[in-house]
Every structure is written in structure tokens, then in C-alpha cells.
Write a protein that binds this ligand. Structure first.
Ligand code: PLP
Ligand code: COI
Length: 340
């Protein structure tokens, strides 16, 4: 099946594809799960996902290689993160093999919607786990729905590899010190809507959140992790219990050290010490690597490498990461899963 995708101009928007996967958890066990053409969920009005936010989600991509093959990037890490999210919110866990199998079924069923190699487009997959059933007290749901749907996407931030600006949020946090910041739950994103809108209305790509205890250290971007390249060529990314443990970030830590020969570490990134960095970026599945031109803090607009051009180390990291994801560069063991 060939579909006209306008792959060069894809943004990050929902598109209803022919097939998605759905599985139900009831009486303590998951059913086999199946592909369906039904894109509307049916659930009890009393479902804890709706009232008390008992839900979590994931994001990963399928890539088309030069030879036309399809592959996934570290999908087992997404499965494991969804399991940690499930534990935090007392939801039923989706076993890793079931998660990966569901994702592969959705990619195969919608194969014509995976953008061609060379366009930069990918098939974005959105696994979703929600607590459902008839509950009105604040309790965990008796039943769960696990679904995976997909859509072709291009850049998340409009600039792509062109740097864009970010603004620090002082009035709003996305997560509490011992809250759910490290879990991929909708509540964190609901909390980020107002600061996100304020940022967009001032032409910033997204918000930089500070640590919720002291408001002195960078935590992450609303939709991605933060990294900086210091003036002595170290890859540094914040360490905090309330940021989302990004699979892209862990991959970049490894690549910076083992492929680029850099020192790579997680540590404190003080908002008062931005001059440490020669380059900075946002990283994530949707964001890939999005270079940061400048950050607006309370007192200054701090520019890193350039307002118009990606820095050389950020570019090398981008080439290495995307080279692996699209199958052009040899991947470390276990990073790539073929969809056959
Ligand atoms: N931080 C937040 C808040 C995110 O929504 C995402 C996206 O998943 C990330 C970081 C990046 O995580 P990953 O690299 O696993 O996609
Ligand atoms: C992802 O990168 O997969 C995300 O979930 C970010 C999301 C806010 C679009």
C-alpha cells in the first residue's frame, strides 16, 4: 500500500490511521489483544483515568531504513518505563513482550504510513494505559485498557535542526519534589499547559522547568530533556528524581562517551551558570535533538552557540543518533528491533 504522505512537510499532528491495537485487563489478566479499525474508546463514566488521572503513556517511533526495512529504537526501554509508570499509579503492568508485540503489529498494519527514508519523517507510536471501570472513591481501577495508535510525523519543534528559543518557568512547576515527575502520566502535561501556552504566545518553542524544591537548577523542557555541551567539551544533563528519564538522553550519554569520546555525566545545571555551556539542546523521541538558540531567564536572554546555526557537537550527536535510528550507522547491541 502506498500512501501520499507529503513526508517532507509533516509536523506533529494527529492523523487517524486505519489500524490500532487494543487489549483489556480484567479479573487479574490481560486478554490476547488485537488490531482494530475502531478509533473510539468505550469506557465507564466512572473510570479512574477520567477522574483521578490514573493513566500513563509512552512515545516511540518506527523508522524506515534505506533498504525500505522498518525498525524500532529501544522499544523495550519504553515498555519498562511504562511498567514503572504503572507501578507509581497502581495500574496493571503491560509485560514487555506484549508491549513490543503490540507496537510491531501496529507498525506492520499501517506500514504504508511510515514515511520514506531520507525525508526525516517517522511513524510516531503512542501506547496508552488507562484505568477503567466503575469506581467513585479514590481507588485503583479494577480494569485497564492498553492501546497503541500511530501517525506519521516530522519535526516536533518547528525549527528542526535550526535552533529555537526557550523560556524559564518561575511561576509554574510541572511536577512536585516527590510527585509523579519521573512517570509519564497525563497530569504532568496538564500542569504544563498554562506555562506552555504562555511560552508559545511569546514565540518560545517551549518551557524550561526548574527543580521544584529550590528553583535554582534546570530540570527539563516541557516535552523533552535538557542537555548542554560545556566549554571544555563535556556532555551534561540534569540529574533529578522529578524529571522524565528520557531514553534519548540515556542514549546520548552513551554515544557522547563511547562514540564521540567525550566525558558525559548527569549532574546539577544551575540556571545562574548558563555561561558554562557552549551549546545546549532539548532531546526526546518527538524532539529528537532540537538545538536551543537561547534561554530567557528572569534577568537575561542567554544565547548559546548561535541563534541561527546548530553547534558542531550537537550536530555530531544528532548525526550519530539519527544514523543509528535510520539504520545507516551500526547500533550498539540491542538498540534496534526490526519489524518483520
Ligand atoms: N521529558 C518529557 C517531559 C517528555 O515528554 C519526553 C518525551 O517522551 C522526554 C523527556 C523524552 O523522553 P524520551 O527520550 O524517552 O522520548
Ligand atoms: C515524546 O517525545 O514521545 C513525547 O511524549 C513528548 C510529547 C509531549 C509529544
Amino acid at each position: 500500500m502506498t500512501v501520499n504522505l507529503d513526508s517532507e512537510n509533516l509536523g506533529f499532528a494527529y492523523r487517524k490511521l486505519p489500524y490500532r491495537y487494543i487489549s483489556h485487563y480484567k479479573d487479574g489478566k490481560w486478554d490476547a489483544g488485537a488490531l482494530t479499525e475502531e478509533a473510539t474508546l468505550h469506557l465507564s463514566e466512572a473510570s479512574p483515568a477520567l477522574h483521578y488521572g490514573q493513566q500513563g503513556f509512552e512515545g516511540l517511533k518506527a523508522y524506515r531504513t534505506k533498504s525500505g526495512a522498518l525498525q524500532l529504537f529501544r522499544p523495550r526501554m519504553n515498555a519498562e518505563r511504562l511498567q514503572r509508570t504503572a507501578l507509581r499509579l497502581m495500574m496493571a503492568e503491560v509485560p514487555t513482550d506484549k508491549f513490543v508485540d503490540a507496537v510491531k503489529q501496529v507498525v506492520k498494519a499501517n506500514e504504508g504510513y511510515v514515511p520514506p527514508f531520507g525525508t526525516g519523517g517517522t511513524l510516531y507510536l503512542r501506547p496508552l494505559l488507562i484505568g477503567v471501570g466503575d469506581v467513585i472513591g479514590v481507588h485503583a481501577a479494577p480494569e485497564y485498557i492498553f492501546t497503541v495508535f500511530a501517525m506519521p510525523v516530522g519535526n516536533y519543534f518547528k525549527g528542526g535542526l535550526t535552533p529555537t528559543n526557550f523560556v524559564v518557568s518561575y511561576d509554574y512547576d510541572r511536577a512536585a519534589p516527590h510527585g509523579t515527575g519521573a512517570a509519564k502520566v497525563g497530569g504532568n502535561y496538564a500542569a504544563s499547559l498554562i506555562p506552555g501556552e504562555l511560552a508559545h504566545s511569546r514565540n518560545f518553542s517551549d518551557v524550561i522547568y526548574l527543580d521544584p524544591t529550590t528553583h535554582t537548577k534546570i530540570e527539563e523542557v516541557g516535552s523533552a530533556n535538557f542537555f548542554g555541551i560545556t566549554k571544555d567539551n563535556e556532555f551534561v544533563t540534569p540529574l533529578s528524581p522529578s524529571i522524565l528519564p528520557s531514553i534519548t538522553k540515556y542514549s546520548l550519554l552513551w554515544l557522547a562517551e563511547h562514540r564521540l569520546g567525550m566525558k558525559a555525566l548527569e549532574g546539577d545545571v544551575k540556571i545562574s551558570e548558563l555561561e558554562r555551556f557552549a551549546e545546549a539542546g532539548a532531546c526526546g523521541t518527538a524532539a529528537v535533538i532540537s538545538p536551543i538558540a537561547g534561554i530567557q531567564t528572569k534577568d537575561e536572554y542567554h544565547v548559546f552557540y548561535s541563534e541561527t546555526e546548530v553547534g558542531p557537537v550537537t550536530k555530531r550527536l544528532y548525526d550519530e543518533l539519527t544514523g543509528i535510528q535510520f539504520g545507516d550507522i551500526e547500533a550498539p547491541d540491542g538498540w534496534i528491533e526490526k519489524v518483520e
